[in-house]
Structure formats: C-alpha cells, structure tokens
Design a protein around this ligand. Sequence first.
Ligand SMILES: [Zn+2]
Length: 146
Amino acid sequence: MKKQEQLDLVLDILKTHKINNDALTLELTELLGPKAGGLSTNPPKLNDDGEIVELWCTWHKCYEPVESFAKRQTKTGYNRHCTEATKQCRLYEAEVKKLQKLTKEQMEMVLEGEISVEQAKTIKEDNDAKIAELNELKEQKVDFAK
Ligand SMILES: [Zn+2]
C-alpha cells in the first residue's frame, strides 16, 4: 500500500469515528503524507496539549495565530494563508477586474465610433500598466487597503 493510500485510510477511519483531533491528523499527515506543501519546513506550532496555536501564512510568510485562519479541508485543517491575506487578494483581483472591464468598454466605444482607436489604445496601455503595477504590488504583498 502506498503511503498516501495509508494516510487516506487512516484519516478516513478518524473521520468515521468522528475523531476530530487536529494535532493527531497533522502528526499522521506529517508521518505518512507527501513532504511537499511546505508543512515540513514551516510546521504548525502546537501547545502542550497538541493543539495548533500558530500557523505559517503562505502570503505574509510568517507565523500567525490560528484564529487568523479560516477552516479548510487541508492537511492542517486550515487555510494556507490568513483571512487578511484572502481579503487582500480579493481587493487586488477586484481592482484588476475593474480595469479589465474598462478596457473592454473602451473597445466597445471604438466600435460605436465614440472614441478613436488611438485613444482606446492609450487607455488600454494605461490600464495594462496599472494592472501590471497591481500585480507587482500583490507580489510584494503591499497592504492594498491602506
Ligand atoms: Zn497572513
């Protein structure tokens, strides 16, 4: 039996018997699961009772209190990045979407003869630059809300 199958089986047994123990699940996952996913390099910090107190945030690249993470069906039982990071990502994406929509609107205006192709091109280049800038900021994890 492959390790992953073993792990799935064990986790399934835990679930069937309604054993909800984050630390145990985690330990088993660490023991049997694949080493990929950053869990080995940045394992969750546990208290003396084996409960998760801090998790590694893949967005902020630091440990944060477990309360900052949403529950998810992952190895740790939590999201890989904190709720604040999710919010930041959404803000970036919303802004990019807005700019992309604007570009589309300009294209339609050209078709309607409201603006020239040159004008639309300038606006599009402007928007593309702004989108690139946003992606750059997102890459650097700049707090978008500030
Ligand atoms: Zn974070």
